[in-house]
Ligand binder design. Sequence first.
Ligand code: GLU
Length: 488
Amino acid sequence: MTALSPVRLRVAPSPTGDPHVGTAYMSLFNLAYARQQGGRFVLRIEDTDRARYVADSERQIFESLRWLGLEYDEGPDKDGAFGPYRQSERLDTYRPHVERLIAEGRAYRCWCSAERLAAMRAEQEASKQAVTGYDRLCHGLTREERAQLPGFSETPVVRMLIPDDVDLTFTDLIRGEVAAPRPDDQVILKADGFPTYHLAVVVDDHLMGITHVVRGEEWISSTPKHLLLYRWLGWEAPAFAHMPLLRNPDRSKISKRKNPAARLLWFREQGYLPEALLNFLQLLGYPPADDEQEVESFADFTARFAWDRVNTVGPIFDLKKLDWLNGHYLRSLTAEQLADRIIEHLDYTGQPPLDADGAALLRRATPLIQERLVLLSEAMDKLNFLFTPDADLTVSADARAGLDAAAPAVLDAAAAALAALPAWEVAAIEEALRGALVEGLGLKPRVAFSPVRVAVTGAKVSPPLFESLELLGRESTLRRLRGLRAAL
Ligand code: GLU
């Protein structure tokens, strides 16, 4: 790489299910550096594991990266001079390199059956051998020679011949000098003719001009194999950066089985804003500019990003921090923008769409909930009383239980005062209710307004009361006050 050549980075998810949050986390750091350096960010789909392939997964990867604004410059659904960007479409690209490695004695065919390999492994474990891994039974044998021995399979794999003096250390941009354990004779071409990850990643990163490989820490142990392949194929190796793994609060590696938040789509379903999730992922991998300043845009983060400041200790997924960030970003939207996001979220989660009147009502009601909203998904719950026909409104059991002896008188007085109001607007509503209940009945405000809130919203806690009544309208308000009164 010369000083002038632009950097090229990539994220390389495998489409094995709905996307992992780690894909967003890796993309974020890759993209930050690519943007800072004026380089390119590539999405490559690593779909060589046909047994684990899930058809819809790729589309979900595209969509969720786009939702987050982690826009790639090249990828399977984009143009680019280095395609195809799906490994399953590159099989012909890998084969000549495998042939060359075999011809040069760097790799060999292995016909050992799955049963033989399993038996070998079991024996190694039972005898607690220091050196485990493939025992090289096939090395140096022709097909005919090997076929004479037990545990033969017709379809061979190809294995790397790891030399005794393999270099196990490398320099990592985040961690400095890193040492990895000695690998065994890794398979690079499978019996189905597909390359394994190890071969495909090296060939593709080279041919796609990748200058920096940024990936999870779980790949550190693979890097010496990859460096060997670069050397054998006569290619300059890229720089490597291994990000710390995201961890559950019990410090285990975050997995979709154990933690719903390991699913990238979960955040969107829950009603987190993409900007809050980005900020959260940034903080997981990187210290804030100063301790107080945890809110930071992706652009500002990008400007101050440096590899040697990335955390090396596995960050713990603290959803309280994310909730706090989400509240912050929700409040920094205009009410109009927030209403748009709420509507988008209803649509995304497959709820029945609002009609034009409903959407207009939501827009007017959004300022009432903006201050205390944590998730987009809570918005309609908080405003549900506005969208429910009067006859269908149910009063929750705990709200009803909380009503005291003054409730009937309060509801009567409130209905009388509001029925007589000349204009239906918030200041007049407040004045009329204070006059009738606090002054008229001599009640403390909390006691005075609680039955009104319960009657109108069905709940003990609601958005600001007078504004809610204004939005609900006089007719519904009176009907609900009289309805609860009659039911007491
Ligand atoms: N396909 C690998 C994964 O799913 C990519 C690892 C790498 O970035 O080299 O994590």
